[in-house]
Each structure stands twice: as C-alpha cells, then as structure tokens.
Design a protein around this ligand. Structure first.
Ligand code: 9UX
Length: 72
C-alpha cells in the first residue's frame, strides 16, 4: 500500500541540502519517490507504509542534521 506523507523540514539552507535529502531518502527500501521543496520547507514522500513508517522517514531526515516533523 502506497502512502503519501508530507513532512516539514527545517534547517535546509541551500540546494545541496535538498539534493542530499532527496538522494538519501529515495535510496531507502520502500520509498518510491521524494520531492523536497526549499521554499516551503516541505518534503513529499511516496512510500510503502508497512516497510517505511512516517517515523522512520522523520528519523532518517533528522539523522542528516535537519529538524523534521510529520504534517500529514
Ligand atoms: Mo548547503 Mo545544506 O552548503 O546541509 S548542503 S547548507
């Protein structure tokens, strides 16, 4: 079952932050796509909910040094 999750990501200051998050998260098993928007500070992730939970996504982004919280 595919789920779309939107997270608020703070601490991104340049395009390399965006690319780094997109590359790292999209490499995770169970993540089918991710789009990170610098201006809105949001990440939209399509993932298999049974494999990658919203909390796993949040923790993975935080491990990269950003603050992340699940919006929906
Ligand atoms: Mo840009 Mo982001 O120099 O952590 S990569 S600030």
């Amino acid at each position: 079952e595919e789920t779309e999750t939107i997270l608020s990501v703070s601490g991104m200051t340049c395009a390399s932050c965006v690319n780094g998050i997109e590359r790292h998260i999209s490499s995770m098993d169970g993540v089918s796509s991710i789009k990170v928007d610098l201006m809105t500070a949001q990440a939209t992730v399509c993932h298999v909910g049974q494999l990658v939970t919203v909390d796993i996504l949040r923790a993975a982004i935080e491990e990269m040094g950003f603050d992340a919280s699940v919006l929906s």
